[in-house]
Design a protein around this ligand. Structure first.
Ligand SMILES: [Zn+2]
Length: 426
């Protein structure tokens, strides 16, 4: 038995009710997964035909859970349950409903469907705040090559340049929004989060990694979403004849890059919480009988602490220079993107841990190595995040799955979290 086994007597809601609801959550995620733009797989891009069908389904589920639903002008589906005595204080439960191509059923939809199931379970309970469930329209960034559109819209971060981005068909975000029946000029108005009324926001998401499975725990409480730095490096040597150029007289750009790649791996392996990846190498001229003249390489570095990430990046770039210098190769580096680490709200994160413990579950405090809508919301409203174990650590894949007992644990935790929340005195 795992350490995350249910403790006796703790849950107020009977296990069989939660178990049945957990099965329903899984069934609904699988039902959503069948709504796809590409038959035979789950591919649901921003503002697609399948997305419209998912909107219809979600609005129905929101009604069933006693929520008044609407679609805002960024294509987010939102449902509100009013607070007792007309309380303006508000809690937000959220995740996203777009997918990567050939996706699984749970990355995104789980957080939305689970929130609605929690609403249905709490239908008869009086809570001193309103609850809004938000299904963000666009998190993966596949269609327009730009992630987090939905959560950026609700936090006032959609700028004209964002609306002008085009998909592979040449259609702009603004044109796609119009085509869907939405009004991009109204985004600021119709999407804005109810601030300062929102005092807590929670995203439930699959872990998408192997940590919880390794720890033999069902749930993880996310303390921070790691920052990341991306670079493009160019190693420039001298292309030359593979037969006539003696080894000692070569300036082999690929040999320099290759040495550096293994140094990146070794360095990250010995640096706590650091991950560093060289994911692309492009060798030129790339012929069997030519000494490589130049190599383009990418570098992706992530760490929960920004200072540590900066130090690691500086070190890895120096290693590239040293590997190059040994062979008379030049190297240049260009930063292509960077994202600061985002901490989750400390108080809420502790509240989430306590909620899990009241529900009878132990949690693992951890970092998220992937980006999530939670990191877009966190600078604007107090936000926290609950991870559910990913069997096999698998995601962005049709075999992505969850265990019903883990979903039951997540649902029980969310119920306890909501029951334990108290709106601040104003
Ligand atoms: Zn996701």
């Amino acid at each position: 038995m795992g350490r995350s086994k249910r403790r006796c007597g703790a849950p107020k809601m009977t296990s069989s009710v939660l178990h049945h609801r957990a099965q329903n959550i899984i069934g609904r995620c699988r039902e959503m997964a069948r709504i796809t733009d590409v038959p035979g797989e789950t591919t649901r891009l921003f503002l697609s035909a399948a997305t419209r069908d998912v909107h219809t389904l979600l609005l129905q589920w929101m009604r069933d859970a006693g929520l008044e639903g609407r679609v805002d002008d960024a294509g987010n589906v939102r449902g509100v349950r009013l607070g007792a005595d007309g309380s303006a204080a508000r809690v937000v439960l959220f995740s996203h409903i777009d997918t990567v191509p050939n996706a699984g059923a749970f990355d995104g939809p789980l957080g939305v469907v689970l929130a609605l199931e929690a609403m249905a379970l709490l239908a008869e309970e009086v809570l001193p705040f309103a609850i809004e469930v938000i299904a963000f329209s666009e998190e993966e960034g596949i269609r327009f090559g730009f992630p987090f559109f939905g959560s950026m819209a609700v936090t006032g971060q959609v700028v004209p340049a964002t609306l002008e981005r085009r998909d592979s068909q040449g259609l702009s975000v603004a044109e796609a929004l119009y085509g869907f029946g939405l009004r991009p000029q109204n985004i600021a108005h119709s999407c804005a989060l109810a601030q300062p009324e929102i005092f807590a926001a929670l995203e439930v998401h699959i872990e998408q990694g192997p940590v919880l499975e390794t720890e033999d725990l069902r749930l993880g409480v996310v303390e921070a979403i790691v920052g990341q730095s991306r670079f493009e490096l160019t190693f420039t040597g001298q292309a030359n004849h593979a037969g006539t150029t003696p080894m000692r007289l070569r300036h082999d750009a690929l040999a320099a890059a290759a040495q550096w790649v293994t140094e990146v791996e070794r360095y990250a392996m010995n640096y706590q919480q650091l991950v560093a990846t060289v994911g692309q190498l492009e060798v030129s001229p790339g012929a069997v009988n030519v000494v490589p003249g130049s190599v383009r390489a990418t570098l992706d570095v992530r760490h929960p602490k920004d200072e540590s990430r900066h130090a690691a990046v500086a070190n890895l770039l120096t290693k590239a220079e040293l590997a190059a210098a040994q062979r008379g190769v030049r190297v240049s580096a260009r930063a292509t993107s960077k994202q600061a680490a985002v901490s989750m709200d400390r108080e809420l994160t502790v509240a989430l841990q306590h909620a899990a413990s009241r529900a009878g579950y132990e949690t693992h405090a951890m970092f998220s190595g992937a980006g999530h809508d939670a990191m877009i919301l966190a600078p604007h409203v107090p936000t926290t995040m609950l991870f559910v174990r990913s069997p096999g650590g698998l995601s962005h894949h049709p075999d992505e799955t969850v265990r019903v007992d883990d979903i039951e644990a997540a649902l029980g935790t969310v119920i306890e979290f909501l029951r334990g929340l108290k709106p601040p005195d104003r």
